[in-house]
Design a binder for this molecule. Structure first.
Ligand SMILES: [Zn+2]
Length: 454
Protein backbone atom coordinates (compact mmCIF):
# COMPACT_ATOMS: atom_id res chain seq x y z
CA UNK A 1 0.00 0.00 0.00
CA UNK A 2 1.24 3.43 -0.87
CA UNK A 3 1.80 5.99 1.85
CA UNK A 4 -1.03 8.44 2.11
CA UNK A 5 -3.66 6.05 0.77
CA UNK A 6 -5.10 5.24 4.18
CA UNK A 7 -4.38 5.14 7.85
CA UNK A 8 -2.85 1.68 7.71
CA UNK A 9 -0.47 2.75 4.99
CA UNK A 10 0.89 5.56 7.08
CA UNK A 11 0.98 3.56 10.28
CA UNK A 12 3.08 0.88 8.71
CA UNK A 13 5.63 3.46 7.62
CA UNK A 14 5.83 5.57 10.76
CA UNK A 15 6.67 4.67 14.31
CA UNK A 16 3.99 6.02 16.61
CA UNK A 17 5.64 7.16 19.84
CA UNK A 18 4.37 6.33 23.33
CA UNK A 19 2.43 9.32 24.62
CA UNK A 20 2.58 10.33 28.26
CA UNK A 21 -0.87 11.88 28.05
CA UNK A 22 -3.78 11.87 25.63
CA UNK A 23 -2.31 13.08 22.32
CA UNK A 24 -3.72 16.28 20.84
CA UNK A 25 -4.78 15.98 17.21
CA UNK A 26 -6.27 18.27 14.60
CA UNK A 27 -8.26 17.29 11.55
CA UNK A 28 -6.72 19.09 8.61
CA UNK A 29 -6.90 19.24 4.84
CA UNK A 30 -3.34 18.83 3.76
CA UNK A 31 -3.96 19.45 0.08
CA UNK A 32 -7.21 20.40 -1.67
CA UNK A 33 -8.19 18.94 -4.98
CA UNK A 34 -7.58 21.43 -7.79
CA UNK A 35 -11.34 21.67 -8.39
CA UNK A 36 -12.20 22.34 -4.72
CA UNK A 37 -14.25 25.52 -4.32
CA UNK A 38 -14.17 25.49 -0.52
CA UNK A 39 -10.57 26.31 0.31
CA UNK A 40 -11.37 29.64 1.97
CA UNK A 41 -11.43 29.44 5.80
CA UNK A 42 -15.12 30.44 5.99
CA UNK A 43 -16.13 27.80 3.41
CA UNK A 44 -13.90 24.99 4.63
CA UNK A 45 -16.84 23.22 6.29
CA UNK A 46 -18.20 22.22 2.88
CA UNK A 47 -14.87 20.86 1.59
CA UNK A 48 -14.96 17.15 0.77
CA UNK A 49 -11.27 16.61 0.08
CA UNK A 50 -9.37 13.89 1.94
CA UNK A 51 -8.86 14.69 5.61
CA UNK A 52 -5.74 14.06 7.65
CA UNK A 53 -4.91 14.04 11.32
CA UNK A 54 -2.10 16.21 12.47
CA UNK A 55 -0.56 14.98 15.70
CA UNK A 56 1.15 18.05 17.07
CA UNK A 57 3.38 16.43 19.68
CA UNK A 58 4.82 13.83 17.31
CA UNK A 59 4.59 16.00 14.21
CA UNK A 60 2.81 13.21 12.45
CA UNK A 61 0.41 13.49 9.57
CA UNK A 62 -1.97 10.57 9.35
CA UNK A 63 -4.41 9.90 6.53
CA UNK A 64 -7.93 9.23 7.79
CA UNK A 65 -9.27 7.91 4.50
CA UNK A 66 -12.32 10.09 5.17
CA UNK A 67 -13.72 12.95 3.14
CA UNK A 68 -16.40 14.13 5.55
CA UNK A 69 -15.35 16.26 8.50
CA UNK A 70 -17.62 14.34 10.83
CA UNK A 71 -16.19 10.95 9.92
CA UNK A 72 -12.68 12.35 10.16
CA UNK A 73 -13.37 13.74 13.64
CA UNK A 74 -14.71 10.35 14.77
CA UNK A 75 -11.56 8.80 13.38
CA UNK A 76 -9.55 11.35 15.36
CA UNK A 77 -11.32 10.51 18.61
CA UNK A 78 -10.77 6.78 18.08
CA UNK A 79 -7.13 7.41 17.30
CA UNK A 80 -6.73 9.48 20.45
CA UNK A 81 -8.43 6.76 22.52
CA UNK A 82 -6.12 4.16 21.03
CA UNK A 83 -3.03 6.15 21.99
CA UNK A 84 -4.23 7.61 25.28
CA UNK A 85 -2.05 6.00 28.00
CA UNK A 86 -4.86 6.24 30.58
CA UNK A 87 -7.35 4.53 28.25
CA UNK A 88 -4.79 1.89 27.34
CA UNK A 89 -4.32 1.07 31.01
CA UNK A 90 -8.09 0.78 31.49
CA UNK A 91 -8.35 -1.51 28.49
CA UNK A 92 -5.59 -3.75 29.78
CA UNK A 93 -7.29 -4.02 33.14
CA UNK A 94 -10.61 -4.81 31.51
CA UNK A 95 -8.94 -7.47 29.37
CA UNK A 96 -7.33 -8.97 32.44
CA UNK A 97 -10.68 -8.95 34.20
CA UNK A 98 -12.26 -10.58 31.16
CA UNK A 99 -9.61 -13.28 31.22
CA UNK A 100 -10.61 -14.33 34.75
CA UNK A 101 -14.26 -14.45 33.66
CA UNK A 102 -15.09 -18.06 33.09
CA UNK A 103 -17.78 -19.38 30.82
CA UNK A 104 -20.04 -21.80 32.63
CA UNK A 105 -19.25 -24.59 30.20
CA UNK A 106 -15.47 -24.11 30.46
CA UNK A 107 -15.67 -23.89 34.22
CA UNK A 108 -17.60 -27.15 34.37
CA UNK A 109 -15.12 -28.92 32.11
CA UNK A 110 -12.28 -27.72 34.30
CA UNK A 111 -14.13 -28.87 37.41
CA UNK A 112 -14.78 -32.34 35.99
CA UNK A 113 -11.15 -32.69 34.87
CA UNK A 114 -9.95 -31.66 38.33
CA UNK A 115 -12.29 -34.14 40.02
CA UNK A 116 -11.12 -36.86 37.68
CA UNK A 117 -7.47 -36.12 38.39
CA UNK A 118 -8.15 -36.19 42.12
CA UNK A 119 -10.13 -39.42 42.01
CA UNK A 120 -8.49 -42.42 43.64
CA UNK A 121 -10.86 -44.73 41.84
CA UNK A 122 -10.86 -44.06 38.08
CA UNK A 123 -13.30 -46.87 37.37
CA UNK A 124 -15.75 -45.63 39.95
CA UNK A 125 -15.35 -42.08 38.66
CA UNK A 126 -17.06 -42.90 35.36
CA UNK A 127 -20.45 -42.90 37.09
CA UNK A 128 -19.65 -39.66 38.91
CA UNK A 129 -18.41 -38.09 35.70
CA UNK A 130 -21.62 -38.87 33.86
CA UNK A 131 -23.60 -37.27 36.72
CA UNK A 132 -21.45 -34.13 36.50
CA UNK A 133 -21.88 -34.04 32.72
CA UNK A 134 -25.65 -34.31 33.05
CA UNK A 135 -25.64 -31.53 35.62
CA UNK A 136 -23.55 -29.35 33.31
CA UNK A 137 -25.81 -30.01 30.34
CA UNK A 138 -28.95 -29.22 32.32
CA UNK A 139 -27.51 -26.02 33.75
CA UNK A 140 -26.45 -24.86 30.27
CA UNK A 141 -29.91 -25.60 28.86
CA UNK A 142 -31.51 -23.73 31.74
CA UNK A 143 -29.23 -20.72 31.24
CA UNK A 144 -29.81 -20.71 27.48
CA UNK A 145 -33.57 -20.57 28.10
CA UNK A 146 -33.11 -17.89 30.75
CA UNK A 147 -30.98 -15.82 28.38
CA UNK A 148 -33.74 -15.87 25.77
CA UNK A 149 -36.20 -14.28 28.18
CA UNK A 150 -34.07 -11.36 29.39
CA UNK A 151 -32.25 -8.39 27.89
CA UNK A 152 -28.52 -8.58 27.16
CA UNK A 153 -27.28 -7.06 30.46
CA UNK A 154 -29.23 -9.71 32.39
CA UNK A 155 -27.91 -12.63 30.39
CA UNK A 156 -25.68 -15.12 32.14
CA UNK A 157 -22.66 -16.58 30.40
CA UNK A 158 -20.07 -16.51 33.16
CA UNK A 159 -20.06 -18.37 36.43
CA UNK A 160 -19.69 -15.21 38.51
CA UNK A 161 -23.05 -13.98 37.22
CA UNK A 162 -24.95 -16.96 38.63
CA UNK A 163 -26.94 -16.11 41.74
CA UNK A 164 -28.59 -18.23 44.40
CA UNK A 165 -32.05 -17.18 43.28
CA UNK A 166 -31.26 -18.17 39.70
CA UNK A 167 -30.11 -21.57 40.97
CA UNK A 168 -33.31 -21.89 42.98
CA UNK A 169 -35.30 -21.33 39.81
CA UNK A 170 -33.18 -23.95 38.11
CA UNK A 171 -33.69 -26.38 40.97
CA UNK A 172 -37.44 -25.88 40.66
CA UNK A 173 -37.18 -27.38 37.15
CA UNK A 174 -35.50 -30.55 38.39
CA UNK A 175 -37.72 -33.48 37.63
CA UNK A 176 -39.32 -35.05 40.67
CA UNK A 177 -36.65 -37.20 42.19
CA UNK A 178 -36.01 -38.66 45.58
CA UNK A 179 -34.72 -36.57 48.42
CA UNK A 180 -31.45 -38.45 48.22
CA UNK A 181 -30.76 -37.82 44.57
CA UNK A 182 -31.83 -34.17 44.75
CA UNK A 183 -29.63 -33.61 47.76
CA UNK A 184 -26.72 -35.23 45.97
CA UNK A 185 -27.25 -32.92 42.99
CA UNK A 186 -27.34 -29.93 45.26
CA UNK A 187 -24.09 -31.12 46.86
CA UNK A 188 -22.54 -31.46 43.40
CA UNK A 189 -23.59 -27.88 42.62
CA UNK A 190 -21.95 -26.70 45.82
CA UNK A 191 -18.79 -28.59 44.88
CA UNK A 192 -18.78 -27.08 41.38
CA UNK A 193 -19.11 -23.50 42.61
CA UNK A 194 -16.57 -24.20 45.34
CA UNK A 195 -14.14 -25.03 42.55
CA UNK A 196 -15.04 -21.73 40.84
CA UNK A 197 -14.34 -19.81 44.05
CA UNK A 198 -11.03 -21.66 44.50
CA UNK A 199 -10.06 -20.71 40.96
CA UNK A 200 -11.09 -17.09 41.61
CA UNK A 201 -13.64 -17.15 38.80
CA UNK A 202 -16.05 -16.13 41.50
CA UNK A 203 -14.90 -13.70 44.13
CA UNK A 204 -14.38 -15.23 47.55
CA UNK A 205 -16.51 -13.24 49.96
CA UNK A 206 -15.35 -13.63 53.54
CA UNK A 207 -18.18 -11.45 54.82
CA UNK A 208 -21.05 -13.48 53.38
CA UNK A 209 -22.36 -16.69 54.87
CA UNK A 210 -21.93 -18.63 51.65
CA UNK A 211 -18.40 -17.21 51.06
CA UNK A 212 -19.32 -16.24 47.52
CA UNK A 213 -20.60 -19.71 46.57
CA UNK A 214 -24.11 -19.17 45.17
CA UNK A 215 -25.04 -22.85 45.51
CA UNK A 216 -24.73 -22.61 49.28
CA UNK A 217 -27.55 -20.08 49.18
CA UNK A 218 -29.81 -22.48 47.31
CA UNK A 219 -32.91 -23.61 49.09
CA UNK A 220 -32.70 -26.81 51.06
CA UNK A 221 -34.26 -29.84 49.44
CA UNK A 222 -37.66 -30.41 50.96
CA UNK A 223 -40.48 -32.81 50.45
CA UNK A 224 -43.80 -31.63 49.08
CA UNK A 225 -45.02 -31.25 52.64
CA UNK A 226 -42.11 -28.98 53.41
CA UNK A 227 -40.15 -31.09 55.84
CA UNK A 228 -36.57 -32.02 55.17
CA UNK A 229 -35.93 -35.74 55.06
CA UNK A 230 -32.95 -36.28 57.28
CA UNK A 231 -29.64 -37.89 56.67
CA UNK A 232 -30.72 -40.53 59.04
CA UNK A 233 -28.28 -42.60 61.08
CA UNK A 234 -29.18 -45.85 62.83
CA UNK A 235 -29.51 -45.50 66.56
CA UNK A 236 -27.05 -47.78 68.39
CA UNK A 237 -30.00 -50.02 69.28
CA UNK A 238 -31.16 -50.25 65.66
CA UNK A 239 -27.62 -50.98 64.57
CA UNK A 240 -27.36 -53.94 66.94
CA UNK A 241 -30.70 -55.23 65.71
CA UNK A 242 -29.37 -55.04 62.13
CA UNK A 243 -26.22 -56.94 63.12
CA UNK A 244 -28.29 -59.63 64.81
CA UNK A 245 -30.47 -59.98 61.71
CA UNK A 246 -27.44 -60.80 59.54
CA UNK A 247 -27.13 -64.10 61.44
CA UNK A 248 -30.66 -65.06 60.41
CA UNK A 249 -29.95 -64.30 56.77
CA UNK A 250 -28.97 -67.77 55.54
CA UNK A 251 -31.90 -69.63 57.08
CA UNK A 252 -34.27 -67.05 55.58
CA UNK A 253 -33.12 -67.77 52.06
CA UNK A 254 -35.21 -70.46 50.39
CA UNK A 255 -33.19 -70.74 47.21
CA UNK A 256 -32.42 -74.23 45.96
CA UNK A 257 -28.80 -73.35 45.35
CA UNK A 258 -27.58 -73.10 48.93
CA UNK A 259 -23.98 -72.80 47.81
CA UNK A 260 -24.75 -69.36 46.46
CA UNK A 261 -25.65 -68.07 49.89
CA UNK A 262 -23.03 -70.06 51.76
CA UNK A 263 -21.50 -67.97 54.55
CA UNK A 264 -23.55 -65.04 53.33
CA UNK A 265 -24.81 -64.26 56.84
CA UNK A 266 -21.32 -64.08 58.34
CA UNK A 267 -20.06 -62.11 55.37
CA UNK A 268 -22.96 -59.71 55.71
CA UNK A 269 -22.20 -59.38 59.44
CA UNK A 270 -18.62 -58.40 58.60
CA UNK A 271 -19.76 -55.98 55.89
CA UNK A 272 -22.24 -54.26 58.21
CA UNK A 273 -19.53 -53.89 60.84
CA UNK A 274 -16.99 -52.65 58.30
CA UNK A 275 -19.35 -50.00 56.93
CA UNK A 276 -20.53 -48.90 60.36
CA UNK A 277 -17.02 -48.56 61.79
CA UNK A 278 -15.25 -47.16 58.72
CA UNK A 279 -17.89 -44.99 57.07
CA UNK A 280 -16.98 -46.55 53.71
CA UNK A 281 -19.65 -46.37 51.03
CA UNK A 282 -21.08 -49.68 49.91
CA UNK A 283 -19.07 -49.69 46.67
CA UNK A 284 -15.81 -48.94 48.47
CA UNK A 285 -16.56 -51.49 51.18
CA UNK A 286 -17.51 -54.45 49.00
CA UNK A 287 -14.58 -53.92 46.63
CA UNK A 288 -12.04 -53.21 49.37
CA UNK A 289 -8.66 -54.81 48.66
CA UNK A 290 -6.96 -56.83 51.38
CA UNK A 291 -3.85 -54.69 51.06
CA UNK A 292 -5.83 -51.74 52.41
CA UNK A 293 -6.03 -53.25 55.90
CA UNK A 294 -2.64 -53.29 57.60
CA UNK A 295 -1.43 -55.76 60.21
CA UNK A 296 -1.64 -52.83 62.65
CA UNK A 297 -5.43 -52.66 62.04
CA UNK A 298 -5.09 -49.43 60.14
CA UNK A 299 -7.49 -49.22 57.24
CA UNK A 300 -6.60 -47.04 54.27
CA UNK A 301 -9.93 -45.30 53.69
CA UNK A 302 -9.08 -43.27 50.63
CA UNK A 303 -6.56 -40.79 49.34
CA UNK A 304 -6.78 -37.03 49.61
CA UNK A 305 -6.66 -34.77 46.57
CA UNK A 306 -2.92 -34.51 47.03
CA UNK A 307 -2.59 -38.30 47.06
CA UNK A 308 -1.97 -38.80 50.76
CA UNK A 309 -3.65 -41.89 52.19
CA UNK A 310 -6.12 -41.36 55.01
CA UNK A 311 -5.98 -44.16 57.57
CA UNK A 312 -8.48 -45.16 60.18
CA UNK A 313 -7.53 -47.29 63.13
CA UNK A 314 -10.10 -50.09 63.40
CA UNK A 315 -11.02 -51.69 66.68
CA UNK A 316 -9.16 -55.02 66.77
CA UNK A 317 -12.26 -57.25 66.83
CA UNK A 318 -13.67 -55.47 63.77
CA UNK A 319 -10.34 -55.75 61.94
CA UNK A 320 -10.11 -59.44 62.90
CA UNK A 321 -13.63 -60.17 61.73
CA UNK A 322 -13.03 -58.55 58.34
CA UNK A 323 -9.64 -60.22 57.99
CA UNK A 324 -11.03 -63.68 58.77
CA UNK A 325 -14.17 -63.37 56.70
CA UNK A 326 -15.31 -66.77 55.37
CA UNK A 327 -14.96 -66.98 51.58
CA UNK A 328 -17.90 -66.47 49.26
CA UNK A 329 -18.73 -68.70 46.27
CA UNK A 330 -16.52 -66.67 43.92
CA UNK A 331 -13.70 -65.73 46.29
CA UNK A 332 -10.65 -63.74 45.24
CA UNK A 333 -7.66 -63.76 47.61
CA UNK A 334 -7.02 -60.06 46.92
CA UNK A 335 -10.39 -58.90 48.21
CA UNK A 336 -12.57 -59.38 51.26
CA UNK A 337 -15.94 -59.37 49.53
CA UNK A 338 -15.34 -59.04 45.83
CA UNK A 339 -14.56 -61.54 43.09
CA UNK A 340 -12.46 -58.86 41.41
CA UNK A 341 -14.44 -59.46 38.23
CA UNK A 342 -16.86 -57.10 36.54
CA UNK A 343 -17.68 -53.52 37.42
CA UNK A 344 -17.46 -52.25 40.95
CA UNK A 345 -20.93 -50.75 40.94
CA UNK A 346 -22.35 -54.08 39.80
CA UNK A 347 -20.79 -55.64 42.89
CA UNK A 348 -22.40 -52.91 44.98
CA UNK A 349 -25.86 -53.41 43.50
CA UNK A 350 -25.67 -57.16 44.19
CA UNK A 351 -25.01 -56.40 47.85
CA UNK A 352 -27.76 -53.75 47.84
CA UNK A 353 -30.20 -56.56 47.08
CA UNK A 354 -28.84 -58.49 50.04
CA UNK A 355 -29.36 -55.44 52.24
CA UNK A 356 -32.97 -55.05 51.09
CA UNK A 357 -33.59 -58.61 52.20
CA UNK A 358 -31.73 -57.97 55.45
CA UNK A 359 -33.94 -55.01 56.43
CA UNK A 360 -36.97 -57.31 56.43
CA UNK A 361 -35.28 -59.63 58.93
CA UNK A 362 -34.61 -57.01 61.59
CA UNK A 363 -36.52 -57.42 64.85
CA UNK A 364 -38.04 -55.35 66.19
CA UNK A 365 -38.78 -54.06 62.69
CA UNK A 366 -36.95 -50.89 61.72
CA UNK A 367 -39.36 -47.99 61.92
CA UNK A 368 -37.84 -44.99 60.20
CA UNK A 369 -39.90 -41.88 59.74
CA UNK A 370 -39.46 -38.34 58.63
CA UNK A 371 -40.83 -35.45 60.66
CA UNK A 372 -44.24 -35.77 59.06
CA UNK A 373 -44.44 -39.36 60.16
CA UNK A 374 -43.92 -40.72 56.68
CA UNK A 375 -42.14 -44.04 56.50
CA UNK A 376 -38.62 -44.17 55.13
CA UNK A 377 -36.96 -47.26 53.75
CA UNK A 378 -33.64 -48.17 55.39
CA UNK A 379 -30.51 -47.66 53.31
CA UNK A 380 -27.06 -49.19 53.64
CA UNK A 381 -25.80 -45.60 53.48
CA UNK A 382 -27.24 -45.15 56.97
CA UNK A 383 -24.26 -47.14 58.28
CA UNK A 384 -21.98 -44.39 56.99
CA UNK A 385 -24.32 -41.82 58.55
CA UNK A 386 -24.04 -43.68 61.86
CA UNK A 387 -20.26 -43.62 61.64
CA UNK A 388 -20.25 -39.85 61.11
CA UNK A 389 -22.89 -38.99 63.68
CA UNK A 390 -21.45 -41.19 66.43
CA UNK A 391 -18.03 -39.59 65.95
CA UNK A 392 -19.55 -36.12 66.12
CA UNK A 393 -21.44 -37.10 69.25
CA UNK A 394 -18.14 -38.16 70.77
CA UNK A 395 -16.88 -34.67 69.92
CA UNK A 396 -14.53 -35.65 67.15
CA UNK A 397 -14.17 -32.39 65.26
CA UNK A 398 -16.01 -31.59 62.08
CA UNK A 399 -12.72 -31.28 60.21
CA UNK A 400 -11.55 -34.70 61.31
CA UNK A 401 -14.84 -36.35 60.43
CA UNK A 402 -14.70 -34.61 57.05
CA UNK A 403 -11.20 -35.99 56.42
CA UNK A 404 -12.31 -39.51 57.29
CA UNK A 405 -15.37 -39.36 55.06
CA UNK A 406 -13.49 -37.63 52.26
CA UNK A 407 -16.12 -34.90 52.30
CA UNK A 408 -15.86 -31.21 52.99
CA UNK A 409 -16.68 -29.90 56.48
CA UNK A 410 -19.61 -27.82 55.18
CA UNK A 411 -21.33 -30.92 53.81
CA UNK A 412 -20.81 -32.72 57.09
CA UNK A 413 -22.25 -29.78 58.97
CA UNK A 414 -25.31 -29.59 56.75
CA UNK A 415 -25.99 -33.30 56.76
CA UNK A 416 -25.16 -34.52 60.19
CA UNK A 417 -25.31 -31.73 62.72
CA UNK A 418 -29.04 -32.03 63.20
CA UNK A 419 -28.48 -35.51 64.64
CA UNK A 420 -26.08 -34.27 67.24
CA UNK A 421 -27.67 -32.65 70.28
CA UNK A 422 -24.16 -32.01 71.56
CA UNK A 423 -23.97 -29.39 68.83
CA UNK A 424 -23.19 -26.55 71.18
CA UNK A 425 -20.24 -28.36 72.75
CA UNK A 426 -18.85 -29.07 69.30
CA UNK A 427 -19.27 -25.48 68.24
CA UNK A 428 -17.44 -24.43 71.40
CA UNK A 429 -14.62 -26.79 70.52
CA UNK A 430 -14.47 -25.39 67.01
CA UNK A 431 -14.19 -21.88 68.40
CA UNK A 432 -11.45 -22.94 70.81
CA UNK A 433 -9.60 -24.56 67.94
CA UNK A 434 -9.50 -21.25 66.10
CA UNK A 435 -7.82 -19.69 69.15
CA UNK A 436 -5.01 -22.19 68.84
CA UNK A 437 -4.97 -21.86 65.05
CA UNK A 438 -3.17 -25.15 64.72
CA UNK A 439 -3.13 -27.22 61.54
CA UNK A 440 -5.15 -30.41 61.37
CA UNK A 441 -2.93 -33.35 62.11
CA UNK A 442 -4.26 -36.74 61.17
CA UNK A 443 -2.68 -38.39 64.18
CA UNK A 444 -5.01 -36.28 66.28
CA UNK A 445 -7.90 -37.85 64.43
CA UNK A 446 -6.50 -41.29 65.22
CA UNK A 447 -6.30 -40.51 68.90
CA UNK A 448 -9.72 -38.98 69.03
CA UNK A 449 -11.23 -41.88 67.14
CA UNK A 450 -9.56 -44.64 69.09
CA UNK A 451 -10.73 -42.87 72.24
CA UNK A 452 -14.22 -42.66 70.80
CA UNK A 453 -14.59 -46.25 69.65
CA UNK A 454 -12.70 -48.05 72.39
ZN1 LIG B 1 -11.12 20.96 -0.45
Amino acid sequence: MLPGRGAEGIHSMVTIPQFVSRPEVEVVVYRHKPACKFTAPDKLGRCSCRKHLYVREARLRIATGKRSWEAAREFATRWQDAHDPEKTKQREQAAKQEATYKLVEDAFDDFIAAKKAASDNPEGFAATESKFCTLKKQLLIFLAKHNLTVAEPERVYYVHRITSSLLDRWMATWKAKTYWSKTKRRDNCVAFFEHCVDKRWIAYDATSKDKGNPARGMMRIRTAKGSTIPTLPFTPKQFHAVLAATLRYEESVTTVNKREVQNKGLRLHALVNLMRWSGLSITDAVTLGRDRLGADNRLELHRTKTGNPVYLLLRSEIAEEVRNIPPGPDANPDYFFWSGKGKKNKAASTWQKTFRKLWTLVTPPLVLKDRDGRKLAPKSHMLRNSFAVELLKKKVSLDHVAVLLGDNPETIREHYFKWVPELQAILDDEVKKTWQAEPIILEDADHAISAAVN
